[in-house]
Ligand binder design. Structure first.
Ligand code: GCU
Length: 662
């Protein structure tokens, strides 16, 4: 794609295919895509590709890509991979499967054509692997074009219109997403303002254009809608989900959507959340709201993704009985079993809001009768805003492997997410897609983890490095350097920001940079309660808000006591003194000082490693990251000094090592 970074699909990644002889069997739109990919590689590297024809075993094909079912562009994402008798064979019963099989061969590179492999079956664990774009159609006066976007403008929208001239870029985006396994995209912000609301009705053509650009890569398009659409767009006096006229309005609107986009994925809804309208206004439940939309989508095979991010954002900070962490569980568990089959409850992975460290949301595992989707945040709102390196693979992997029931027994979060895995997108119109070029690793890792939630994230990181940075003579040094910079970057970020799971301490509004008391007296329900003696939120059942009791027994017991609570979550669950000794053996205050000094040192080291990689990659990419490291280091020092000074002043406890604190 002209102008845009090839990310993990550089031409070179297709050399092993493009230098060989390939046969493609089957027909349909996604098979055409597969053929186009192989044909382009062959033009570049001198190989050949044939279509159909009879497969005779003596024919000299190195690679056979065969569709065994029908390619209706949708069904069948699984594929088989086999190598024997000098030939590599991929079969799939659906077009998407064949496409995923092709990208599997790309990932394997030359090894796909060496030795013998028995027949391997590959299928995604999760049927829906989705990116939610928080893109505004019109530039929002506060949030700009992309809410919490750190990669330039929107890929889809500019100044109130679909970026028609950039549909090629959208197609290239779809290609990248398919290559890491993503199959669904919601194209507009969950906070639906007037311009976005209209996408559902008179502007559906623009959505259809985007859907048309993503479709060749097996990606279904979804739309965020406002629950008040029947009023805002239809002029009805109510949006009551049990009102017949309201249901009729949604049914007609949905019929028009499907006329324009026959494979439309469905709606994403943020209702009764941070000022968005919802069913509470009519005394109806969230199941009533979600089911009404599910019913109108059902005839077309669509799904409503109903977000569980419902809490009181107008809380009085003096009120110690209201705990935001409890909200999703308290609102939704009573509704378990009431949601329609095609209503998916989309739950943020933690109970708060994408902090660098949170426990897994207790809602996951507490709603066996509901299809849940788990939402993570690739856009780095609270993790350095794509100015800091923060590879989130290990965090997401911990979440997906967590077993909510009785510790080691029971299903993992990855298995419980029957409604899919969703990430808030970190992509914009930036030439590197993600602002910080290394943030591409987050997008790639999300896709691969969504495909296989128990995959080793470090193996995915290696895969991303191998694909993105085409092999060269200094390959090993480059690979090792990139791994050093990325691998521990989440923990490094955690070290120099808010400690021990307490979260926040960010500047209000934009959420970048430290402000220890930024949200301490605010209505958003996000506090640390630091005083001269200690810090943390008592969420125990015995003496606190009772949040710890929302977990199944084994975890509830672990979290209930400061003695058994994991160190990294201690201040999320408990208010303890600065002198409290962690399981690590350090006091809380000394841990804070040490981690903040260490975190900055680790950024300094990573910056040095990055500098040593100059000359081993495209200079523009190197320069962009080098420039961001300067800001990361400045910001990390600011975090260190503000946090350490604040807590030295509060506690009066000096650093055991006598380091400089202000
Ligand atoms: C956070 C974020 C908002 C976003 C919200 C959501 O609160 O700061 O910008 O709208 O999450 O997930 O809906």
């Amino acid at each position: 794609m002209q102008g845009a970074d090839p990310a993990w699909l550089p031409d070179e990644a297709f050399r092993p295919i493009g230098t060989r002889h390939t046969l493609i069997r089957g027909s349909g739109p996604l098979v055409d895509t597969v053929h186009g990919e192989v044909a382009e590689a062959c033009v570049r590297f001198g190989g050949s590709v044939s279509r159909d024809g009879t497969l005779v075993s003596c024919e000299p094909y190195d690679l056979v890509l065969e569709l065994t079912g029908t390619d209706d562009g949708d069904c069948g994402e699984a594929f088989t991979f086999e190598r024997g008798d000098g030939r590599t064979t991929v079969t799939a019963s659906g077009g998407s499967g064949l496409l995923y099989g092709l990208f599997h061969v790309v990932r394997l590179g030359d090894t796909a054509f060496q030795g013998s492999y028995g027949r391997e079956e590959h299928r995604p664990e999760s049927a829906v692997r989705m990116l939610d774009h928080w893109d505004n159609v019109a530039v929002h006066p506060v949030m700009g074009q992309v809410e919490r976007g750190y990669a330039g403008g929107s890929l889809f929208w500019e100044d109130g219109r679909a970026r028609g001239e950039l549909l090629g870029r959208v197609r290239a985006y779809g290609r990248l997403l398919a290559a890491c396994g993503i199959n669904a995209v919601a194209v507009n912000n969950v906070n639906v303002h007037e311009a976005e609301a209209r996408l559902l009705t008179d502007r559906i053509r623009e959505v259809a254009e985007i859907a048309g650009a993503l479709r060749p890569y097996g990606i279904r398009t979804h739309l965020s809608v406002t629950f008040a659409a029947p009023m805002v767009l239809g002029g009805l006096p109510t949006a009551d989900p049990l009102d017949e006229a309201v249901r009729g309005w949604w049914a007609e609107a949905s019929a028009r959507v499907y006329a324009a986009i026959p494979d439309f994925g469905g709606y994403v809804v943020k209702a009764d959340s941070e000022g968005q309208p919802g069913p509470f206004a009519y005394g109806r439940s969230h199941a009533d709201g979600a089911n009404m939309l599910a019913a109108v989508l059902e005839p077309y095979g669509g799904t409503v993704h109903w977000r569980a991010f419902v809490y009181d954002h107008r809380q009085d900070w003096r009120d110690r009985t209201t705990d935001r962490a409890r909200a999703a569980y308290d609102h939704f568990t009573p509704l378990d079993g009431e949601f329609a089959d095609n209503a998916v409850l989309q739950v943020k992975h933690g109970p708060m809001d994408f902090q660098v460290r949170e426990p897994v949301s207790p809602l996951i595992g507490a709603m066996p009768g509901t299809r849940l989707a788990v939402e993570v945040q690739a856009t780095q709102e609270y993790t350095g805003q794509q100015r800091h390196v923060c590879w989130l693979g290990p965090m997401w992997s911990e979440v997906l492997r967590f077993r909510p029931h009785d510790g080691a027994d029971g299903a993992s979060v990855g298995e419980l997410a029957r409604g899919g895995l969703v990430a808030v997108s970190n992509v914009g119109d930036d030439p590197f897609w993600t602002g910080h070029p290394l943030a591409q690793a987050n997008l790639y890792t999300f896709g691969r983890l969504a495909w296989q939630p128990d995959a080793d994230p470090r193996r995915i990181l290696d895969e991303w490095i191998g694909l993105t940075f085409a092999p060269g003579p200094d390959d090993t040094r480059l690979h090792a350097g990139l791994r050093t910079v990325l691998d521990g970057s989440w923990r490094t970020y955690e070290k120099y920001t808010a400690p021990l799971g307490v979260g926040w301490m960010v500047q209000p509004g934009h959420h970048y940079g430290p402000s220890v008391d930024g949200y301490e007296y605010s209505p958003w329900g996000t506090y640390h309660f630091a005083d001269r003696d200690g810090i943390g939120v008592d969420r125990s059942v015995a003496t606190g808000t009772g949040y710890a009791g929302q977990y199944a027994k084994a975890w509830a017991e672990v979290y209930e006591s400061p003695e058994t609570c994991p160190d990294e979550l201690l201040l999320f669950f408990h208010h303890v003194s600065y002198g409290h000794t962690l399981r690590s053996g350090k006091t809380v205050i000394q841990h804070m000082y040490d981690t903040h000094f260490e975190g900055v040192e680790e950024v300094e080291e990573a910056r040095e490693v990055w500098a040593s990689l100059a000359g081993l990659m495209d200079p523009a990419r190197h320069a962009r990251v080098a420039e961001r490291f300067e800001e990361q280091l400045r910001s990390a020092r600011e975090w260190r000094d503000q946090i350490n000074s604040y807590f030295l002043r509060k506690s009066g406890v000096p650093d055991a090592h006598g380091r400089r604190i202000y």
